[in-house]
Write a protein that binds this ligand. Structure first.
Ligand SMILES: [Zn+2]
Length: 306
């Protein structure tokens, strides 16, 4: 009897292990997309930031840590469903809070890598908004719970211009992208798997926020560089993953915007007039229309040189 019971238990265990080892995409929740073997996108709802999960023989590599600590913990749950291995490396595509507040969920043990300037940007924000985490915790009981054990975790390693990382059987090519979104944007390319995480200079079906140091030529240069890597899958900073069409849509949008703003400048219109008059009805369905004035300003600067 005892032997029989043991055998039965072992059988059940073997079955559940086999199941855990081949977790199907639908078991991982609706926001997880399998892009290649062991490569997943964790897609933020309603344009919340995206993250990436890459399994390797030597542990897990994450690209960003989720939109906020609630999302970070969901991301961690997905990782645990996929593998018992630890998160070894976390690559930041940018230093903004909607990509980095949840670092404490993964580090330690994860080592965090970012482009030069990311740590300064994060520390600056901590100084400017010391109440940030308290306010976040007060926003909802679930957020308060998710923030349990919060620590500020800036990057451990910063690189300049380019970096190649090898973890297990995988390679990660990091490209610093100048002037596209934040002070320290990184595109992450997996050359064998042909997957690129573009960072937030590129978003899908959304108007981007163009800060004063962001330029349209820099965004177009970044799109060209990333398209030139010939990826099969493109995971933007925000919005649904897709193909290089996301880069092409970005190029078309800015070309039309610059054309319209250029025409208005030639007609002698002021920036204020242009802000009132220039519209992009072709893109009315894109999210975050309130950011459009910052797009006009960047196009005006490009056209006039001021
Ligand atoms: Zn950002």
């Amino acid at each position: 009897m005892t032997i029989k019971a043991t055998t039965a238990t072992a059988g059940v265990l073997a079955v559940s292990f086999a199941f855990a080892g081949s977790a199907l995409a639908q078991d991982l929740g609706p926001n997880v997309r399998k892009l290649a073997d062991g490569v997943y996108a964790f897609v933020g709802e309603n344009f919340n930031s995206n993250a990436g999960i890459v399994l390797t023989q030597d542990g897990v590599v994450l690209i960003d840590s989720g939109h906020n600590p609630i999302e970070s913990r969901k991301l961690m749950d997905v990782v645990k469903k996929l593998t018992p291995m630890p998160v070894r490396l976390l690559i930041d595509t940018e230093p903004h809070p909607d990509h980095t507040t949840g670092h404490f969920v993964f580090s330690p043990p994860a080592t965090i890598v970012a482009a030069a300037g990311a740590g300064d940007s994060m520390r600056g924000r901590e100084r400017e908004a010391p109440q940030r985490i308290q306010q976040m915790a007060a926003s909802a009981p679930a957020m308060k719970e998710a923030l349990e054990g919060y620590r500020f975790v800036p990057p451990h390693v910063e690189y300049q211009q380019r970096a190649s990382l090898a973890v297990g059987e995988r390679n990660f090519e990091l490209y610093y992208l100048k002037g596209v979104h934040s002070e320290a944007d990184t595109a992450v390319f997996l050359p064998k798997e042909r997957v690129i995480f573009s960072a937030s200079g590129i978003v899908n079906s959304q108007i981007n926020i163009l800060r004063p140091f962001v330029t349209i030529p820099d965004i177009l240069a970044a799109a060209k560089l990333m398209k030139g890597l010939n990826p099969e899958h493109v995971v933007p900073g925000h919005g649904q993953p897709g193909t290089v069409k996301i880069f092409e849509d970005t190029e078309k949008y800015y070309a039309l915007l610059v054309e319209r703003v250029g025409k208005a400048v030639k007609e002698g219109k002021s920036l204020d007039d242009i802000k009132k008059e220039v519209k992009m009805p072709e893109y009315a369905s894109w999210a975050s229309q309130d950011r459009f004035p910052t797009n006009i300003e960047a196009a005006y600067k490009m056209v006039t040189g001021k």
